[in-house]
Design a protein around this ligand. Structure first.
Ligand SMILES: CC(C)(COP(=O)(O)OP(=O)(O)OC[C@H]1O[C@@H](n2cnc3c(N)ncnc32)[C@H](O)[C@@H]1OP(=O)(O)O)[C@@H](O)C(=O)NCCC(=O)NCCSC(=O)C[C@H](O)C(=O)O
Ligand SMILES: [Mg+2]
Length: 286
């Protein structure tokens, strides 16, 4: 199960409607770190069956390279979920199965009984927020995806640029994911032509600690990739912190000072993580 997530970047996670052949083709050349092939909300009810076939064919053809391939099924409580799993739950082109509207760990049990693939959970219901810890603790879970549209719908909250109404849910899920070592990606930014708004929301998600952002349009990929990668300033600081700490240790001290701030062992762990992430991103391009 570690093979999909272990250290892999998830800066940009692009939804593609499973029914859209042109988009499925286009994604083979996009710089997204991961793709969510969607059979749920992006596919109309009378297209569900055809979308399964189109998607299974596209995944058999392959060509998605390093991009993580995650399929979002319909819920098992819908008329389509069981058929989605039947068609794609064992498909060799599928790396993980994403379950919508997860309320509790038992929702994962139900899917785990029907597929051997690692599981991801859409975190987008009020109950899901309250049960985030038990969901994150599920042994088959690999990652969590914030569903901020559905969450806003359930909460009755208004959209705000600062996402204040989302903060409790985002924070609970982030805590749960980190407590159990799961990948966690932020929700979508609906205004796909508003680059500045997307950039600001990516920055907020990055500051909070998310691994990346879910996206709905190819034009959003580059912005998310930049926002969730270590910046040149972060890399330079990490290198200086490591050098200063090594020098302090060689002088018999446990603490260094860089730019007027203390640097201890724990900061070195973060600095090394920053450098490691940059290396893994560079390896994707190579
Ligand atoms: C939003 C869109 C409907 C816009 O589509 P369109 O008008 O076709 O956009 P463009 O003409 O600008 O497209 C340009 C080219 O890019 C391709 N394209 C478009 N979208 C994608 C995509 N997502 N992945 C790959 N390729 C894409 C077009 O085919 C054009 O290609 P070309 O012909 O070569 O120029 C559309 O972007 C779209 O459908 N997006 C996905 C919507 C979606 O998946 N929604 C569901 C997920 S969001 C969600 O459910 C969140 C969560 O559950 C919650 O609760 O919050
Ligand atoms: Mg949703």
């Amino acid at each position: 199960m570690a093979s999909l997530a272990s250290g892999r970047p998830f800066r940009s996670v692009l939804y593609i409607p499973g029914s859209k052949e042109r988009a499925l083709e286009k994604a083979r050349g996009l710089a997204a770190d991961a793709i969510i092939f969607d059979l749920e909300d992006a596919v109309a009810p009378d297209e569900k069956a055809a979308a399964r076939d189109v998607l299974a064919r596209a995944l058999s053809e392959g060509g998605y390279g390093h991009r993580a391939r995650i399929v979002r099924i319909n819920g098992l409580d819908s008329p389509w979920g069981a058929d989605d799993l039947e068609a794609l739950g064992q498909h060799p082109g599928v790396e993980a199965v994403l379950i919508p509207k997860v309320n509790r760990a038992a929702d994962l049990d139900a899917v785990a009984a029907l597929t051997d693939k690692p599981l991801w959970a859409m975190m987008e219901t009020a109950l899901g927020m309250l049960n985030a810890a038990e969901i994150a603790a599920h042994p088959r879970l690999q990652g969590m995806v914030m569903g901020t549209n559905d969450l806003a719908k359930e909460l009755g909250s208004r959209h705000r640029a600062d996402r204040l109404p989302m903060q409790t849910g985002l924070g609970l899920c982030l805590l749960a994911a980190r407590a159990y070592g799961r990948v966690i990606v932020d929700g979508v930014y609906n205004a796909f032509k508003d680059d500045n708004g997307l950039r600001a929301e990516c920055q907020q998600g990055r500051d909070m600690g998310f691994d990346g952002k879910t996206l709905i349009h190819p034009a959003q990929v580059e912005i998310a990739n930049a926002a969730f990668a270590p910046s040149a300033a972060e890399l330079e600081l990490a290198q200086r912190q490591i050098a200063a700490f090594n020098a302090a240790q060689a002088a018999g001290q446990g603490v260094a000072v860089v730019d007027g701030k203390i640097v201890e062992n724990l900061h070195i762990v973060t600095a090394q993580a920053v450098l490691g992430k940059a290396q893994r991103i560079a390896a994707l391009a190579g």
